[in-house]
Design a protein. Sequence first.
Length: 440
Amino acid sequence: MLRKGHRSDFPVLPFPSHSTLHLNLYRLQVIRAIVAGLQLAALAYARFGLGLNLNYPLILLIVGLLALVNGALLLRLKRAISPNQQEFLLHLLLDVAGLCVLLYFTGGATNPFVSYLLVPVTIAAATLPWLQATAVAVSALGSYSLLLFYYQPLPAFMPSDLGEHADHLMGGNPVPNLHSVGMWFNFAVSATLIIYFVVKLAAELREREAKLRQYREETLRNEQILAVATQAAGTAHAMGTPLATMAVLLKDMVLEHSDQPLLQRDLATLQNQVNTCRVTLQSLARKADFKHQPLQLQPLTAFLKTMVQQWQLLRPEVPCQFTLPDTHSPQIAADTTLEQALINILNNSADASPAGISITANWQAQHWQLQVRDKGPGVAREVQELLGTTIISNKPDGMGVGLVLSQATLNRLGGSVSLYPQQPHGTLTVIEVPLVHSHA
């Protein structure tokens, strides 16, 4: 897979993130606005319709503070910085705490609105990992438990007959009757079931969505590769005659201008380039059937040296510093597509850094790694998110095919490509391939 690093000075697009957490916070903000409107309507009915004796200024102050928090959330969501799960958890815990304070002044657990505590629990179960969702459930259940004993009673919410507990008080409040205890028990069971089943279901849905997204990306990439391969086959057939003509003309030019050393050197370079193209085209059909050809074991160092030498023939104008470790080289059985994938990546680095690149190889017991460092301007974040998954290029004359083909090859071998922006400029490209796959 292609992994991307982070660089603080990359250009950022001026629009807010549309991540799942961002959208969930938007939904939470809308829910809060609706609930605040219902709370104000309930307070108005309690004051003018029922004439209940409540501390209305204090309750309105609490509702106003919660509305300010909701307004701050709205302004926060308009910024381009993406939220995280801890921020979402904090907002849900604030909802639980705010509702608990409001219920304390309006009858505690006897208030019918106490069941709203299940809403943050359900939201957490559907959107957060199980540990954070459990934290919200525990806070909601703890709030409900406290409200059974500590609250300011409202006669309108008290049962008309408290039975044998009518004359017993705890902290100035009636002892919870059987109905209140039953409501608490129902809340505890409901919260437990929601956390268990909804969290599990949400995790499975997220995993399935991730797999479907990966499948769609791979399907799109494979379709693009197939289209490129079809065009490449026709192009390779058409290029045979022009390359042969160029080889003949270059040979004649070498003979005609034998007295010009500088021109002879340039012509020799052109001949090497033409010969490389001709050899590549001649072996294209033979290499296309690589799956039916036995792979010969060879030292990794020999494979990498040959690959780098082949690339230097194609890009002699780019200085290259190649470093190999002194330890014993493992044996690999690499097919021809791996060599081309690595050459594509080297070409990308060379295009970004014409002044030169450095290549470092190393290996461990389970995998081998190639690090390519360039001193180019780096990759913009909006382009970086698409590299390797679709055909796109940040070069004026680029086709954007190289990295897609390279990623497909390395993924088939169980490997990966990672891009790490460097300071103050440049990019470190890390190619990692398991040795067990290389011995197939």
